[in-house]
Design a protein around this ligand. Structure first.
Ligand SMILES: [Zn+2]
Length: 247
């Protein structure tokens, strides 16, 4: 399934994948990837580093330990679970996980739940970024994420999928990022290349490339940035330089 022999003309850029997973996703996704398959893709498409997470944080810890040069781990927390929040602190302290993943759709909570504020406070204390899934009502709309980011201006908030599949949400993601300097927009799974250019026009240092393996293939995600209408310098920023501040 993971072909690594497809080449895109004009792609000689080095990259950081700001958002992916080492995951086995069952129904309805029915996709999976192993660390070895992931690394093959990284080598084929000049991806120097990938920020990864999974609901199984122990597994991510093992992968990161084994491939320190390739992967950066972030902790997938469920703010509704006390045990999960406590374990997150340990992972940030002891294992040097460099971020936090929030998935309000999966765990069914609002980004403006006070328990999420507690997680944000911890992110602030540890100076790590927070990735948050976007694009699905009623739990992960760009405006809600904006409300959260506004309360914690010191925390870098990566709005994963930058609104996802709906043009109203994608445009809202760009507008929210325009008003809030701590919001980053991540490009995976969002279908409109022109929106990457429009996002860059309002937030040139805060648009970051991501793949969201195993849901998407690198070639498709790379093609979106290459066809967005951005010039070479801007593409370099989106593929690589902008994500540096998250690491
Ligand atoms: Zn994700």
């Amino acid at each position: 399934m993971w072909r690594n022999d497809i080449r895109l003309e004009g792609d000689d850029f080095r990259k950081i994948d700001a958002h992916s997973h080492i995951q086995e996703l069952d129904y309805p996704f029915n996709v999976s990837i192993t660390p070895e398959e992931f690394i093959d893709l990284m080598d084929a498409y000049r991806i120097e580093k990938a920020i990864i997470s999974d609901i199984d944080n122990e597994k991510i810890l093992d992968v990161v330990k084994e491939h320190e040069d390739k992967f950066i781990g972030i902790y997938w927390v469920n703010p509704r679970s006390r045990a999960s929040v406590e374990e997150m602190k340990k992972f940030l302290e002891k294992h040097e996980f460099r971020g936090i993943k929030l998935h309000p759709l999966l765990h069914m909570y609002s980004p403006t739940d006070p328990r999420v504020y507690e997680v944000m406070k911890i992110a602030e204390d540890f100076s790590v970024h927070v990735q948050i899934h976007s694009g699905h009502p009623p739990t992960s709309l760009p405006w809600q994420i904006g409300e959260l980011a506004k309360k914690f201006p010191e925390v870098r908030v990566v709005m994963v999928h930058m609104g996802h599949g709906n043009a109203f949400y994608i445009q809202a993601a760009i507008e929210v990022a325009n008003g809030l300097e701590n919001i980053f927009l991540e490009t995976s799974g969002m279908p409109m290349p022109a929106k990457i250019r429009q996002a860059y026009e309002v937030a040139p240092k805060r648009v970051v490339f991501g793949i969201d393996l195993p849901c998407h293939h690198p070639v498709v995600e790379i093609a979106k940035v290459l066809t967005s209408g951005l010039d070479k310098d801007a593409i370099e920023r989106v593929f690589y330089k902008n994500a540096k501040v998250l690491l």
